[in-house]
Design a protein around this ligand. Structure first.
Ligand code: ADP
Length: 606
């Protein structure tokens, strides 16, 4: 089979997504590859398709048991001979899997990195034909990354034990320049073909709801009542909040489970499974929950508290909508989230670091926190803001709370004049912090008193503004080109001529700023309509029943997207199912008749 046939016949998809085809071509032609693609982009297919085309066996090194299980179950559903080797197997099961591997019964084998060093595995590896070694979540090899796994460092020596060097490929969703260099070096990639696809997530709707702390529970319930019976994760800043919110939601009738590092390993595993297997639809968790969550049908991620930086937020929110269907990422923001994060930063301790290193890290953490606050308070496209932060420049997404909202235009001239005047009075030689402190009339900034700025007109002239809103207003004036930042390390604020003219009365131009008036309304084009709903419900029931029989999560059988397409295309014959995305030949044989029967039952009931 060629790559298109594998895509259609095995996985049931019509077209490749961005980056997939070029990666597959390179691998088949024998090249090492480093693929950096966002969550949900379809990394797995990039190595699974070549694995089925190359003559020998492919070994996939993966860091987590849950990830391996999911991927292997999905492959088996698609009729691919695959298995995993990790500590969840009994010694009998392990031996059996190893002997099957030796007999050539598998095309793809998933392995925990620790297994690569074992004698039994090395022994079998030396006897089989290994075409490719894939390193999934390859950022784990780097100490710069957030999930460093020392056993990943052994992968390259394993590859070196093999008589014939296989193709080596590495995939990850997160890799800064440092991490990328580490991946290439530490995995011994040879002249790898590197692909980085864009990180924009077109199916995700981002929004921030600014709310008082005491109203957050009410807002959460409103959000949940909008999307009944769908999987939702709610991230909270503390374990205590997880406990509280989980109790409240259960009392309100939402089937909710919880996850944080204070629970026993047994409870964490059980709760996680309840969520993955759809026994519980709402999952309240701290940021301890996430890595290895492959559940593709999470329709909403709510952040009950603002996370500490944009990286964490994009990664956590990015767990929504891996299946490409519309999903929401909502942050409930209140100013008290800032104090919570400051408390965490101030109380960071690390015995491995000396005082100066710790000070540097805290200073960086404060800068990152500022960016996160700016995101929450900003009026511009949310997704664009985050991608700019990662160094990728896109147009406004057109689909987030800010892009879809209406704004009031407010005359800000008199306030802007005060800001301009303060910059002038202090001779255009200070940065944003000092200017804000003077405008607020700060008593804690010694430099103000040393310089006598407590006696100037601007001192305290905007004391009724919060520090955050002052900073945001100044940033808006920068964006609107009244003020510019001079210098890179400690940028100072300087006025453009027009601001100068306005404050001196030479210009009568009004300074207009935007204030969000309406809610940006989320629009999901793929929603099931009321006529399709009864069939949708029947198919979901059928899927639950099959998943239960086979002891796998429902999404492994078929995705929500596949069910929606069946409702829209109403297949009446087996062959019609081949037009539905996600239906390869194997699934057609296994479930085709049952689905057609269900569609017919639905027609008869009309
Ligand atoms: P990643 O590992 O990059 O987060 P996955 O490999 O889990 O993403 O893929 C996310 C989802 O997209 C899966 O449900 C997968 O089957 C689906 N998918 C991947 N490639 C395609 C494609 N070409 N067409 C349609 N769906 C695809």
């Amino acid at each position: 089979m060629n790559k298109y046939q594998v895509l259609k016949n095995v996985f049931g998809y019509e077209i490749f997504r961005s980056g997939q085809e070029e990666i597959i071509d390179k691998i088949i032609s024998g090249s090492d590859v480093l693929g950096i693609m966002p969550t949900g982009a379809g990394k797995s297919l990039c190595f699974q398709i070549p694995a089925l085309i190359l003559p020998g066996i492919t070994i996939v090194v993966s860091p987590l048991i849950s990830l391996m299980k999911d991927q292997v179950h999905s492959l088996i559903q698609n009729g691919v001979k695959a298995a995993f080797l990790n500590s969840s197997l009994s010694s009998g099961q392990y031996k059996k899997a190893l002997s099957n591997l030796e007999k050539g019964l598998y095309k793809i084998i998933y392995v925990a990195p620790e297994r690569l060093e074992t004698e039994s595995f090395l022994n079998v590896s030396s006897k089989i034909n290994i075409s490719m070694v894939v390193v999934d979540e390859s950022h784990c090899v780097s100490q710069w990354g957030h999930d460093f796994r020392p056993s990943y460092l052994k992968i390259s020596s394993f590859v070196n034990t093999l008589e014939k060097r296989p193709i080596v490929t590495a995939f990850t969703a997160t890799a800064t320049q440092n991490v990328q260099m580490d991946i290439k070096k530490l995995l011994g990639l040879r002249n790898p073909y590197c692909v980085t696809t864009g990180f924009e997530r077109k199916n995700l709707y981002f929004d921030v709801i600014e709310t008082k702390t005491k109203d957050k529970i009410g807002e959460t319930i409103k959000l949940l009542s909008d999307i009944k019976n769908e999987s939702v994760i709610i991230y909270c800043g503390t374990r205590k909040k997880v406990e509280q919110l989980c109790d409240i939601l259960n009392k309100k009738g939402y089937s909710t489970s919880r996850y944080h590092a204070g629970l026993s390993a047994v409870e964490r595993r059980r709760n996680q499974e309840d969520f993955i297997y759809d026994h519980k639809k709402v999952f309240v968790a701290t940021n301890a929950f996430g890595m290895g969550i492959d559940k593709p049908d999470i329709r909403m991620i709510i952040h009950f508290n603002m996370p500490k930086n944009i990286e964490s937020y994009y990664q956590e929110a990015g767990r929504a909508g891996r299946d490409g269907e519309p999903a929401k990422c909502i942050m409930l923001y209140s100013d008290s989230d800032i104090s919570l994060n400051r408390f965490f930063i101030d109380n960071t301790n690390n015995d491995d670091l000396d005082i100066d290193q710790l000070k540097d890290i805290k200073a960086q953490d404060y800068k990152n926190l500022d960016k996160m606050i700016e995101y929450c308070k900003g009026n511009a496209c949310y997704q664009k803001y985050m991608l700019d932060y990662f160094g990728e420049h896109i147009d406004s997404c057109g689909n987030c709370g800010n892009c879809l909202a209406e704004f009031d235009e407010i005359d800000f001239t008199s306030e802007a004049k005060k800001i301009f005047a303060c910059i002038l009075e202090t001779e255009q030689q200070y940065g944003i912090k000092m200017i804000c402190d003077i405008l607020k009339g700060s008593k804690n900034n010694e430099r103000i008193f040393q310089m006598g700025y407590d006696n100037i007109l601007s001192y305290g002239s905007m004391k009724n503004f919060s520090l955050i809103s002052l900073k945001n207003h100044i940033k808006e004036l920068v964006n609107k080109k009244y003020i510019f930042l001079y210098g890179t390390k400690y940028p100072i604020l300087k006025l453009y001529d027009i601001a100068h003219d306005i404050v001196c009365g030479k210009s009568k131009e009004s300074v207009i700023i935007k204030k969000r008036k309406s809610k940006g309304v989320f629009f999901s084009s793929n929603k099931i309509n009321i006529y399709e709903q009864p069939l949708y419900d029947l198919l979901v029931k059928l899927r639950t029943q099959i998943a239960k029989e086979q002891k796998v999560p429902a999404y492994i059988i078929f995705s929500d997207k596949t069910i929606k397409q069946i409702c829209k295309k109403l297949p009446v014959e087996l062959q019609d199912l081949l037009q539905i995305s996600g239906f390869g030949k194997n699934k057609l044989e296994k479930y085709g008749d049952l689905i057609i029967k269900t569609v017919n039952e639905y027609f008869m009931g009309l």
